[in-house]
Ligand binder design. Structure first.
Ligand code: ATP
Ligand code: MG
Length: 435
């Protein structure tokens, strides 16, 4: 991961409008890990990540920032809801499950990378295997052709996809199902346990050449990859590059909850050692959690950050606040993000031959009305845009499709927006006076 903080923010800007402070904080935290990785072991051991706590109302981008970040940096990443651990039936120590999930994610990441590295070789081997099968299948077509030439021709046709839908009897490895044996979802792959003692079982299956090739390539790359090296690398990456996003942290802050819930403070105490640094056993080996980056997020409507136990608070030295979104932000979100809502609806409806366009003043009207509804009823942030857009385009969505294939242009302007959202706002306006 070699992105500078500014580059990270630039990437995040493609998806998240505003919230500069939060974007900056996560970008710096990430870069610091890269910086740390460049130091001597001795110094590295001293430097722990500056965990971040994000505070802000619902629907303003907390989860979205974390989600985009993970995609961007290709670091092992998991997201957990703190509230999960307060549920009935939750058994004490299972907060460690988040670390196990992280290692699992790391393992998959490394495995995919290695598979990419050996892909050419694996494809080569798989093609050889397939050509033998095809040569047997097509032996009557061979005639006087020399064997090498015949096989060369088959290989070329195979690569061109000529045989993609040809059905063959393929000899493939039988996958053993992984099973959830431990509470908290620590899946144990029986195949990987017994696989080391027993030779993998094989069976014949009728598959198309294309399907069989995918399986053969996977098998061949499996042979070329040193699984122990993958495990070691997976552990190393989880420890040094891992990010755990703890959502809804505010829900475990504050005084004891009533009823059947597990005590909130108890959950904080369970999480604490993991954030402070401990060693967790996973099926790939032991993982130290000291250098994992933790990002916690919560709305903190009812509780405050100060309501977290001091030890835990102290482990989140960086706190950033996300702001409520305004009409201007909404306009940006609607039009200026990658795969924005307006683009999404346009491509969806294009399938049914509708060429959907929004005039600038329509966008303004949608933003205005969304802000108004957020102010007068509940503020659900950018999620409001989803409900408003769905409502606005209901008629068009419903009437589209089933006709002939002529493209119909539809332009949404301010008048259309106001007319169609009239009910939405007037209801809310009434509510304003009732409340
Ligand atoms: N600043 C923003 N820019 C662009 N899109 C946003 C922004 N904030 C929120 N959204 C969109 O709104 C939706 C909800 O956002 P998100 O899940 O990040 O909310 P949140 O802050 O985590 O809220 P909650 O506290 O309810 O979990 C997502 O679809 C996201 O794309
Ligand atoms: Mg969220």
């Amino acid at each position: 991961m070699n992105l500078s903080p500014k580059q990270i923010v630039n990437e995040l800007n493609k998806h998240i409008i505003g919230q500069e402070e939060a974007k900056k904080a996560v970008a710096i935290a990430l870069r610091n890990r890269y910086r740390r990785a460049c130091l001597s072991q001795e110094l590295r051991d001293e430097i722990t990540p500056k965990n971040i706590i994000m505070k802000g109302p619902t629907g303003v981008g907390k989860t979205e920032i974390a989600r985009r970040l993970a995609k961007l940096v290709k670091a092992p990443f998991v997201k957990v809801e703190a509230t999960k651990y307060t549920e009935v039936g939750y058994v004490g120590k299972d907060v460690e499950g988040m670390v196990r999930d992280l290692v699992e994610c790391s393992y998959r990441l490394v495995k995919d990378e290695k598979a990419e590295e050996v892909r050419v070789k694996a494809t080569d081997a798989a093609e050889k295997k397939m050509v033998r099968i095809l040569a047997e299948l097509k032996k009557n077509d061979r005639g006087e052709t020399a064997r090498e030439v015949f096989e060369e021709n088959l290989l070329n046709s195979l690569r061109k996809g000529v045989f993609d839908s040809t059905v063959i009897e393929a000899d493939v490895r039988e996958e053993l199902k992984s099973m959830e044996l431990m509470p908290g979802g620590a899946a144990i792959n029986l195949g990987s346990i017994f696989g080391e003692m027993l030779p993998p079982k094989r069976k014949k299956r009728k598959l198309t050449v294309k399907e069989a090739m995918d399986l053969y390539i996977a098998e061949e790359s499996e042979k070329l990859i040193d699984d122990d090296a993958v495990k070691d690398e997976a552990l190393r990456r989880a420890e040094n590059d891992g990010i755990i996003f703890i959502d809804e942290i505010d829900k475990i802050a504050g005084k004891e909850s009533s009823g059947v819930d597990v005590s909130r403070e108890g959950v904080q105490r369970d999480i604490l050692p993991i954030v402070e640094g401990t060693t967790v056993m996973t099926k790939y080996g032991a993982v130290k959690t000291d250098y994992i980056l933790f990002i916690a997020a919560g709305a903190f409507h009812v509780s405050r950050i100060e309501d977290l136990i001091p030890e835990l608070q102290g482990r989140f030295p960086v706190s950033v606040e996300l702001k409520s979104l305004t009409k201007e932000d909404f306009m940006q979100i609607l039009t200026n993000t990658e795969h924005s809502l307006t683009q999404q609806y346009a491509v969806l409806l294009a399938v049914d031959h509708i060429d959907l366009k929004f005039t600038p003043d329509a966008i303004e009207a949608i933003a205005e009305i969304s802000e108004e509804i957020n102010l007068t009823s509940e503020d659900i942030g950018a999620r409001r845009l989803h409900t408003v857009m769905e409502y606005l385009l209901e008629d068009i969505s419903y009437n589209a499709g089933g006709g002939d294939d002529v493209t119909v242009p539809v332009e949404i302007d301010r008048a259309y927006v106001e007319e169609h959202l009239k009910n939405m706002t007037s209801d809310r306006n009434l509510k304003k006076y009732v409340l």
